[in-house]
Design a protein around this ligand. Structure first.
Ligand code: ADP
Length: 548
């Protein structure tokens, strides 16, 4: 009965007739479930019945009773082969031996109803046993009464005609008796039919309930009021790769992350004990061995009296959200660190300037002012990047397109860098090409690509190339620096992404390429990179040449 939902189980036990559910595993007909009435009528226990072959439990006691058993066996087989309900004629299990004990004398009417699996096969046979011993006794009484009546009639007719009217009255009484017995039988049949229909409807609603859970994109399960899990939907089996037997063993240490095992199980028990909905997070192992964060939500389902009938639980994969949270936390610590460095240096420069304000050193003062400017420039670039991300996220960046010669823009970006640094920067390709784009935004993108080349490939020459490709212009920035590992390339343009290799100690927020790619996307262009470790990288983008 464990697999049967509690709601169904309760109703099953409330049926007034003994009902047994047998597996359709000819010839065993294993007893799968019996209700309380059934056990009572046989004076037997669950242990003596469930899981046993029906004809091992019930045995004929003589050749006449063998026929009764054949009748029952044939009826079961008929229900399977014809996939129809079979009503057996009244069977007398007068001296039926159950578990070696003589059962109570009784007459039974057995109705066998096939229960189908999803694919239309007969899985189980539901045997509703109607004890008709009372009716049988009444009809025997009636038979005796009418026999005696007949004798009396004959005697009275012979002896005294006056008694004829009395005799008629008696006949009427017998008729009435017959009539009420018929009514009783109709009522009984009606009740029986309603119970069978209700049982079938409940089984169907149970199947519907489970198929709804199976349709969910989340892992879902149900459990008994005590928290014993009795059903997992298909997503559980897809995610864990477990089959039903492994699942029934409930080895949670095979599923939950070792660090979450104790707290996870304790929280689950606490929620069940509290009888209130609850939720918690654990890492669960997926079919490919990867632990992913899941949010578990557990909700009690109560009946009309407010009692918990069962629990329904869902498990939602929140790994991506968790990773984003982690990225954000990392970003906040990097951003704070990045801002702190130039501010500390600015503070130091200002303190020195303050000290020498009455007696300024001609050598030191310009150096300190330059140092302060650089620090302020660094802070404002960082703040500008942060503001840009915010604006991009809220769609607040609008393009202001004007015509300009691309090579001139590149010159204005590269000249100050070449003057200040020791790196050589070459600008090649179509130096005459005029494009229609947002000059300020394209400036931002190129500055970022060139600054990255300066920062991450400090020893290398840098080449910028302008190429016309149909209606588009392609600009590439090539360096001969350390290159980028292949597995990192797909993430380079993600927000807050930094390669974070031990070899790279350069500072940054991991925002430059993200901002650049958003600007290029808004120009209906494309951005990308080709890179080989040890050989260098070429970052490129295309935008429409356009006309203003
Ligand atoms: P950051 O502010 O960290 O430089 P970006 O978005 O501009 O952020 O760059 C993302 C990451 O890409 C950098 O952290 C760096 O590791 C890598 N990267 C960018 N340009 C180059 C390059 N020319 N050579 C090697 N690595 C680079």
């Amino acid at each position: 009965m464990k697999a049967v939902a509690p709601m169904f189980e309760a109703l099953f036990n409330q049926l007034t007739h003994p009902v047994a559910v047998l597996k359709a595993d000819v010839p065993s007909f294993t007893i799968a479930a019996v209700n309380e009435q059934y056990k009572k009528s046989l004076r037997s226990t669950t242990n003596n019945l469930i899981g046993k072959a029906a004809f091992d439990v019930f045995k004929p006691w003589d050749s006449a009773s063998e026929k009764q058993f054949d009748l029952l066996r044939n009826g079961l087989i008929q229900a399977i082969t014809e996939k129809q309900q079979v009503d057996l004629p009244t069977i007398n299990f007068e001296s039926c031996v159950v578990d070696g004990v003589l059962a109570q004398a009784s007459w039974w009417q057995i109705q066998i109803t096939p229960v189908f699996s999803e694919d239309g096969q007969v899985d189980y046979l539901m045997c509703v046993n109607r004890n008709v011993t009372d009716q049988k006794e009444v009809s025997l009484l009636v038979e005796n009464a009418s026999q005696k009546e007949q004798e009396l009639l004959e005697e009275l007719q012979a002896v005294n005609e006056e008694l004829a009217s009395t005799n008629e009255e008696l006949m009427a009484t017998v008729d009435e008796l017959n009539q009420s017995q018929e009514n009783l039988s109709v009522l009984n049949n009606d009740l029986e039919q309603r119970i069978i229909e209700r049982t079938a409807a409940l089984a169907a609603s149970e199947r519907r309930y489970r198929s709804i859970l199976n349709a969910l994109p989340h892992i879902a399960w149900t459990s008994t009021p005590e928290g014993e899990i009795n059903f997992f939907n298909q997503r559980w089996y897809d995610y864990t790769g477990m089959h039903i037997e492994q699942t029934l063993e409930k080895n949670w240490e095979d599923i939950l992350h070792p660090d979450d095992l104790q707290t996870g199980l304790a929280t689950y028990q606490n929620i069940i004990a509290s009888q209130r909905p609850g939720e918690y997070e654990v890492r669960k192992k997926s079919i490919n061995g990867e632990y992913r964060w899941h949010l578990l939500r557990i909700q009690p389902v109560r009946n009309e009296h407010g009692e918990i009938e069962h629990w329904v639980g869902t498990s939602t994969d929140i790994d991506a959200i968790k990773q984003l949270q982690q990225q954000k936390d990392d970003f906040i610590s990097i951003a704070s660190h990045e801002l702190k460095t130039p501010i500390t240096s600015l503070k130091a420069s200002l303190q020195l300037i303050d000290k020498m304000k009455d007696n300024p050193s001609k050598e030191m003062l310009p150096k300190l002012i330059l140092q302060s400017r650089k620090s302020i420039q660094r802070v404002s670039t960082l703040v500008e990047d942060l503001l840009n991300v915010n604006r991009l996220q809220h769609g607040e960046i609008h393009l202001n397109k004007t015509p300009f010669i691309l090579s001139q823009l590149l010159n204005s970006i590269c000249n100050p860098i070449s003057i200040m640094g020791k790196q050589k920067i070459y600008i090649t390709g179509n130096l005459e090409l005029m494009i229609c784009a947002d000059e300020h935004r394209i400036d931002q993108v190129v500055t970022n690509l060139v600054n990255n080349a300066v920062k991450y490939a400090p020893e290398s020459a840098i080449t910028l190339n302008i190429q016309e490709e149909g209606s588009m212009v392609r600009l590439s920035v090539t360096d001969e620096g350390p290159g980028i590992p292949e597995n990192k390339i797909p993430h380079l343009f993600d927000r807050y992404f930094r390669v974070d290799d031990a070899g790279y100690q350069a500072s940054g927020l991991g925002l430059g390429l993200y901002i650049s790619s958003e600007i290029i996307k808004r120009h209906d262009g494309e951005i990308g990179v080709q890179s080989e470790l040890g050989k260098g990288s070429t970052f490129w983008f295309t935008v429409p040449i356009g006309a203003c």
